[in-house]
Design a binder for this molecule. Structure first.
Ligand code: FES
Length: 101
């Protein structure tokens, strides 16, 4: 298991995303409803990077073939069987966020 500090929780606005790397692996950070979530940084369809994915504040849409995922849970919206792996986000007393993978 690897845990790395990735940003301060205030670095992202609600509805914003950022690609970071933890243990050398791409991780997509998503800020939604004041919470920071961390997902695998590649699409489960054909492994396209989610760096260029669109996020409308609720739904992550892969730029390649438009598969969609819930920004809070990573569950597939279209198609429903898809899912983004989620990682634990830890916020320290000073507000810095670490991701555990
Ligand atoms: S690679 Fe993401 S939808 Fe195809």
């Amino acid at each position: 298991m690897v845990q790395e500090r990735v940003c301060h929780q205030d670095d992202l606005w609600d509805g914003e995303t950022r690609m970071v790397h933890v243990g050398g692996r791409p991780v997509l950070l998503v800020k939604m409803e004041g919470r920071l979530m961390a997902f695998q940084g590649w699409c489960p369809h054909q492994a396209y990077s989610l760096e260029e994915a669109e996020f409308d504040g609720q739904t992550i849409t892969c730029a390649a073939h438009l598969w969609q995922f819930d920004g809070m849970t990573g569950k597939g919206i279209n198609p429903r069987h898809a899912r983004l792996k989620t990682f634990r986000v830890l916020i320290d007393a000073e507000g810095f966020a670490s991701v555990e993978i």
